[in-house]
Design a protein around this ligand. Sequence first.
Ligand code: ADP
Length: 800
Amino acid sequence: MESKFEFLEKHYQQMFDHVAVGMHFCNGDGIIERANDFLAHMLGYEKDMLTGMSVSQITVPEDYQTLLNKLASFVGREQDHFVMEKRYIHKDGTHIWAETSVSAIYDEEGHPYQFFAIIKNIHESKQMKKIMSDQRLLLSTAMDKIPNRVFMKNAHGRYLACNSVFAKDVKMTPQEIIGKVDLDIYDERLAKKYRRDDMRIIAEGRPADIIEEYITGDTTRWVLTSKAPVYSDSEVIGIIGSFIDITNRMHMDKNIRENMALQQMEVERANEMFQLIFDVSEDLICMLNRDGIILQTNPSWFRQLGYTQSMLIGKSMARFLKQEDMAKAVAFFKEIYENGNSRPYKSDIPLIAGNSKEIWYNWSIRLVDDVIVASGRNIMIQRETEAYLINSRISAEKARLASERARIAAENARKASEKANKVKDEFIANMSHEIRTPLNAIIGLADLLSMQLNDRKQLKSVNTIKVAGNALLGLMNDILDLSKIEAGMMSVVHDVVSINDVVVDLSQIFEREVMKKRLSLRVIPDETMPDALMMDMKRTRQILLNIVGNAVKFTDEGGIVVRTKYLGRNNDETVNISISVKDTGIGIPEKDQERIFQSFQQQSANINHRYGGTGLGLAISRRLAELMGGSLALASKVGVGSDVILTLRGIELSHITEVEEVSNGILDICFPHTSILVVDDEALNLELMEEILKDRCRQLDCASDGQEALTLIEKNDYDLIIMDMIMPGVSGLQVARQIRKLPDYYDVPIICFTATVVENVVGGDHDSVFSDYLTKPIHISDMMTCINQWVNKQKSHLSG
Ligand code: ADP
C-alpha cells in the first residue's frame, strides 16, 4: 500500500512538472539537480538534459556574476529569498529575459546547501517595453527637432505630450506639462478659448488652422495653430496640434494685423457673450455628434439634473433617456439629419435626472455643420399645470355628471312620488267615499233613532253605535285631511271669528268629560284680544279640539287651562295671537317631544295602549297651523304636565265686527214653505233623508239618478235641491249644470252632498255650480243649519 509520504511525493512531482513557470533545484555548487518541463521547454532542452548542468551554462555571463553576488547574501543568512531579472541562454544560443525568484534551503548548521528557483518568462514584455520606450524617445526627439511648438491632448483637454520648445515657452519641462489642462498653464480667457477650439475640432472631426494670440508671461505673440483630431476606432480620443510664431509676419503688415486684432477682439467678445449666455441659460444646452455622443454641455445640466461635465461629455445621449423614448429620439435625430438645416426641430422628450426622476423638456434642435446643437426648456411646471387642469376638468365633468344623475334621479323620484301620491290620494278619496256612504246611513239612522226612542237601555245601545260610528268617521276625516294637506290640496278660508268665543264654546264640549274625570277646565280669554279676526274657523277649531282633547285625555288629576293671548299688531296692520292649552297630565318625555308631531306617532306602547288614539291629531294640527301661517309648539315635563301653544301670525282684522251666532235648537226647525228635491243613487241615503226631512218641509221628492231628477224638475218647482256628487252614469255636477241652465233655476240653492269636497264647484262666486256643500255622513244638525241658512237667504231676498 502507498504510504502518505509516497502519496504526497507523487502529487508534488505532478505539480512541479505541470506548473506554467520554470522551476529547478540546484546544489551549493550550482549544479542543477532537478528541473521541470516548463523550464526545459523554455530553454529548448529535453528535461533530463538539464539535470547535472551548471546554472552558469544557462546564464549570460554578466548576469551570472550578479547572481553569484546575490547568492552570497544567503551565507550570512542576510536574506533567504531574492528576485532578479536575468538573461538565460537558449540551447540555440539566443538570450531569453526572465524574472527569477531564488530561495535557499539551509542545513542544520545554517549553511545553504540547496537553492530553489522559479523562472518567469518576461522576454516579450521586456522587448515590448523597449520598443515603446524607443518609440517614445524617437517621438520626443522628433518633436524636439521640429522648430514648431507641438502638443497632444486627450478629449478632456489634458496634455499627453508636448515638445521642449512648447514647454520652454511656458517655463516648464514636458514632464511637468503632461497631465495638465490649459487652465493650469494659460490665463483663463486664453485657456477657455483654446478649449472651445479643441471642442469644435473634436465635434467636427476635422483639422483646422487658427490664427490666435499666444501670451506667455508678459509677452503677447501671434501664432498660426494647426489642430487635428486623433482617432481610435473611429472615435475622436484627442487632438494633436502645432503652432508657429507669426508675430514677425504680422508686424510686416500693420493694417492686416490691426484688422485681425479687431476682428479677433470682436470674435472674442462674441465668444465671451456666447459663453455667458451658455453659462447662465436656464435651458439645457448641449452639442452632440452624429452618433448622439455629448460633446459639450452648459451648467444647467448640473443645476437641473445634477450631472457634472465629466459625467456627460463623451457619453451617449441615450444614457439619459428612458427606454420607451429612445425610438422617438432616434426618429427625431434621423429626421434632422435627413432634412438638414432647413428649420429648427421641436419635440417634447424627458430626461432622467441624477436622482432617477423624470424631467420633461421641450427640445429645440439645429444642425450646425455636422454637430447637433440642442436646447431643452424645462416644461415640468407647464406639464403639471396641464395635468392639474385636465384632472380638474375631469373632476368638474364628473361632478357635473354626478349632479346631473342626481337631478335625474331626484326628478324620477319626484315623478314616482307624485304618481304614488296621486294613486294614494285617489285610493283614499275612493275609500273614504266607500266608507262614508254606509257610515252616513249608520250615524244618521242612529241619530234619528235616538230622537224617537224613550227606553234608556235601547237609547244607550243606539248611542254606542253613534259613538263608534263617529270615532270611525273621525279617523276617516283625519286620514283624508292628512292626505289633502300632503298633496297641497287643503286651502284656507277666512271667516269672521271671535277667538275668545271659540275657546269658550269649545270648552263646553269637554265639560262633561272634565267633570267625569273630576278635573278643572278654566278658560282665560285675553281681554285685549280683537273681537273680529279673519281666520279659518273650521281649521282653528279642529286644532283646538285636538289639543284640548289630548289635554283632557292625558290628565288624570288637576286640570286644564286654556288661555288666549293677543301678541300685538304687525306693520302691515295684521295681528299675531296665541292660544295655549296647559295641563297637569302625564307629560311627554323629551325624546318623544318632536316625534309625536309625525303621523301615527305616539308615546310608548303601554301609554298608547292605556289611552288609545291614532297618533294623527298632532301631525294634522301642526300642518294646519303651518298652513295658516302659524306654528304649534310644545313644552312638557313627565309627571308635571304639558303646554301646547298654537301661535297664529299675520291675521287680518275684520271690518265687520258682528260674529254670526250658530242658532241653538236647530234640531226642532221646520221649513213649511219650502219644497226640496233630494238626488242620490244610494237607496239607504234617500231613505234617511226622507226620514229627516219629510215632516219638516212643504214637499219632499227623491230621485235616484240625474234623469229622474230632471223629469221631476220639469213637473214641479223646487226651492232647494240636495244633489249627491258621485252617481253612476251622469255625475251630480253634470246634472247640476243642466239644472242651472233652466230658466227658473239659475239661483235656486243646489247643495252638493259629497264624501270628498270638490273645489271650484262650491261657493258663492258666479262660476260655481253648487251653492254649498254637506259632507257625508250626514249630521242632522249640520244639514238643518245649512238648509236654514239658504231658506233665510231666499226669504230676505224675496222681502228685499
Ligand atoms: P292621539 O292622541 O290620537 O294618539 P296625537 O297626534 O294627538 O294622537 O298625539 C300623539 C301622542 O302624543 C299621544 O298619543 C300622546 O302619547 C302624546 N300626547 C299628545 N298630547 C299630550 C298631552 N297633553 N299629554 C301627554 N301626552 C300627549
